[in-house]
Design a protein around this ligand. Structure first.
Ligand SMILES: Cc1cc2nc3c(=O)[nH]c(=O)nc-3n(C[C@H](O)[C@H](O)[C@H](O)COP(=O)(O)OP(=O)(O)OC[C@H]3O[C@@H](n4cnc5c(N)ncnc54)[C@H](O)[C@@H]3O)c2cc1C
Length: 418
């Protein structure tokens, strides 16, 4: 045998799996198809700007992040907890009243936050806040939109804020995701203050990879995984590796290439990165558009943020970086740059013709679709010597990927010890 375990895929799930196995005394080789670790958590460096490959944030309240990541080492730069909500009349801030007490009164008096919706929101999320996060395993599930309707959360807080915010976070504007999955995400948003690492989101997987005894084998896609009598044989372009076990920690769209498991459906989005000529005045809050009649965005942009107001390290000194997110489940998800730019002009109420498009990332498989019921696929064995890990086995999130990788490692360690 070349090693105890071959981990295929150096996303968060694969890296956490390898770290746990190594800590338990097992030898591990990690194969990664791409030229760097991170999978869906990568950062491009372009002329001094850091552009994550798809806008995303790190929530330090995720239990897996708290337990396994050196968060201070990432030097998180924190968002405001709330949103700047845009309508035809202007932009107003709706903020977490405990995190931003100075904005509590204006938030509670805002037309976006009717008291009946606040009561309904408490009914919707309250039980998830009070119970252990794992309680969702036993809870009944339905689609997000059916669940919000049933709770009576149907007013402006839903239309102007929640639906738009969640569509951007979930890369899905249909409301069809598992309500239990979304409850979990909202729970963690309520408990934490998300931010961006000083060196970009890729600093997270890089920190994880740095603790491995052997470097990840980059540019080494696994082509085939075969079970043998005493273990597995993994074929790569550079030869064959043998191990007692394999953990297939690839993205959802590549799962079926290496296993008999179907590839889970996914949702996608596009992130546009602009160099702005001056700092937009929305501060550290995510900007949501509620300008369409009946709520929701009036253009292709579902959310946007003045990234350098939160994370100055994402641009050279004095420069301003803005992200805008469009959704691929909408016809305008791949809108022309000029259309996105015009939309940003409306949202920021400032001319944008001189803003420079630095890059844009089309991410067709950002998150597993995760329809109800949310299934905690504990059984990760797909063969006698082969396990599967990844966010699609738990919840589409950083938390889900880390937990899934850790769990695969524990299952592998049990077999190795027997
Ligand atoms: C745009 C975007 C925004 C997001 N926003 C958030 C957010 O704000 N908060 C949050 O919690 N989560 C967010 N997520 C989700 C989170 O990033 C993912 O859930 C998580 O990174 C998935 O990790 P993973 O290890 O399961 O899979 P991946 O990151 O997809 O890793 C799989 C790895 O396997 C490799 N691979 C594939 N095939 C092979 C092969 N044959 N051989 C070797 N290697 C292979 C891939 O190259 C990849 O590196 C977002 C994701 C995206 C894309």
């Amino acid at each position: 045998m070349d090693t105890d375990v071959i981990v295929i895929g150096a996303g968060l799930a694969g890296l956490q799996c390898a770290r746990r196995l190594q800590r338990n005394g097992h030898s591990v080789s990690v194969l990664e198809a791409e030229d760097a670790v991170g999978g869906r958590v990568r950062t491009d460096h372009i002329n001094g700007f850091r552009c994550d490959r798809g806008f995303q944030v790190l929530n330090p309240a995720y239990p897996a992040v708290r337990d396994w990541i050196n968060v201070p080492g990432l030097k998180l730069q924190k968002f405001g907890v709330g949103a700047a909500v845009n309508t035809a009349e202007g932009t107003s801030i709706v903020a977490h009243p405990l995190r931003h007490p100075g904005l509590a009164l204006s938030t509670l008096n805002s037309k976006h936050v009717p008291a009946s919706d606040v009561r309904a929101l408490v009914r919707w999320i309250g039980p998830t806040m009070l119970r252990a996060a794992s309680a969702w395993r036993a809870a009944e599930d339905q689609t997000l939109s059916a669940s919000l309707d049933q709770t009576g959360l149907t007013g402006r807080l839903r239309r102007d804020v929640l639906d738009t915010f969640l569509a951007g976070v979930l890369a899905d504007s249909s409301g069809g995701k598992s309500a239990n999955y979304v409850r979990l995400l909202v729970r963690w948003f309520a408990l934490g203050v998300p931010g961006l690492p000083q060196k970009g989101m890729q600093a997270l997987p890089e920190q994880m990879a740095a603790s491995l005894a052997d470097p990840v084998l980059l540019n080494t896609p696994a082509l085939r995984v075969e079970e043998t009598s005493g273990g597995v044989r993994v074929t790569t372009e550079h030869g064959v590796l043998r191990a007692r076990l394999a953990v297939v920690a690839v993205d959802p769209q590549h799962l079926a290439d290496l296993t008999d498991e179907p590839s889970p459906e996914t949702n996608g989005l596009t992130t546009w990165w602009f160099r702005a000529t001056e700092a937009p005045r929305t501060g550290r809050f995510l900007v949501l558009d509620a300008a369409r009649d009946g709520g929701g965005p009036a253009g292709p942009v579902w959310n946007t943020a003045a990234i350098t107001e939160v994370a100055p390290s994402y641009a050279p000194p004095g420069e301003h970086l803005v992200q805008a997110t469009t959704l691929l489940d909408r016809p305008d998800g791949l809108a022309e740059e000029a259309v996105v730019r015009r939309d940003l002009e409306r949202l920021y109420r400032t001319p944008t013709q001189d803003w420079e498009l630095i890059t844009h990332h089309v991410v067709p498989h950002a998150l597993p679709a995760q329809p109800p019921p949310l299934v905690d696929r504990r059984a990760q064995w797909v063969g006698e010597h082969t396990l599967v890990a990844g966010d699609h086995r738990h919840t589409g999130s950083i938390q889900g990927a880390l937990v899934s990788g850790d769990r695969a490692a524990l299952a592998a360690a049990e077999l190795l010890a027997s």
